[in-house]
Design a protein around this ligand. Sequence first.
Ligand SMILES: N[C@@H](CCC(=O)N[C@@H](CS)C(=O)NCC(=O)O)C(=O)O
Length: 215
Amino acid sequence: MIFYATAVSSYSAKVRIVLAVKRVAFEEVAPPGGYRSAEYRAIVPMGTLPAIRIGDWVLSESEAINEYLEESYPEPAMLPADLQLRARVRFLCRFHDLVLEPKVRALFAHVNPARRDARQVAALRSDIEARIAQLASWVQPQPWLLTPTISLADCGPLVTLPLVVMMLAACGQAIVLPPVLQGWLDAAQAHAPVRQALDPWSAATQAWLAATHGA
Ligand SMILES: N[C@@H](CCC(=O)N[C@@H](CS)C(=O)NCC(=O)O)C(=O)O
């Protein structure tokens, strides 16, 4: 399996967690010509990261990839057996991708102080804090957000919550996560597959933020 990804790509990190948990053998390759390039789009029509390729078969969109991995490599399961809990896991995945992450992504434009709009940062911060509070109210880490073993619902927030802390700090706006989520993040740090998947992303993101902040 070829895994098209880069170290700094947060959606790639989300899929890398599943690859690590399920011990899938893969080769990580940077997108030829860069993401969005004509060369990469000739392989992956969406032009986005992440994507996987097995022979001529290509799949993009992190959630579709994670569900494919869950079905292809059922052990360890990352969707619970109970149908209602399984649906809640999927709900949190959608909430992350469609509601929380886009607001965090919008902060990228403001990391460079020369291009920062303080009012927009404050508005994004307020939206993000409200969404994080919702997330905190829906979960009861045991120790994972909804389940005793890591599920697909953990993967997006495991990347996006540290990202929002780093991004807002770079924008001069430190935030404190709700204790329930900070405790979950701290516990996740002790999980070897999560560390293996996230350490390269974290280092690359910190380097990008430092370079962009000082640009
Ligand atoms: N909905 C997509 C979002 C992926 C995404 O936006 N990836 C970024 C890198 S983290 C990217 O490829 N951006 C380039 C673009 O949007 O053209 C997914 O879940 O895979």
